[in-house]
Design a protein around this ligand. Sequence first.
Ligand SMILES: [Ca+2]
Length: 182
Amino acid sequence: MKFERMTAMFGLLALMACGDSDGVFTDPDACVSGNLAAGRTYTKSVSPTAPYTDVDDKEFTDGKKAGHFANDASSFGFQHGANTLAVNVDVDLGSALRFNVVRLNSGAAIDRYTAAALNVLASNDKQTWIPVTRVENPGSLFDLWADFDSIRARYVRFNVEARTGCVDCDWLFLAEGEVQCR
Ligand SMILES: [Ca+2]
């Protein structure tokens, strides 16, 4: 009788540890809807060019896509002239989350200032980065979407390549990065 009671108690403890039945714990592998990058902190590998700076380092995840760069405070720019330029923006999702869609809004209303290509990489330690996908932007679209098989990671790297070899495409403007699970 005593043994049976202990067995029942261990079973109850195991159930509490899993926790799903009472909703106390969130399934870390769940597909959470909405923009997982909204309001999240991030780091940039290159400093933007004044006066188009990233005020308070929040414009990439402030939820605002860009209007015209000259009168809009939700984007930041990099003057690269005729040189190639690649910028990493590494977003911290706060915890490892599942996602399968990334969107980059670039250009700040000038199509020649859009990203030429977006490489998406993922990491759980900000040391080892796993390439996820690459999307090119021959049409100079302001919104660049990347879809891929879902993965689970805490850090998402937007590796953005500037346009070169075109007329007056001497700046790259970045406005917003989104991460979604659909
Ligand atoms: Ca923004």
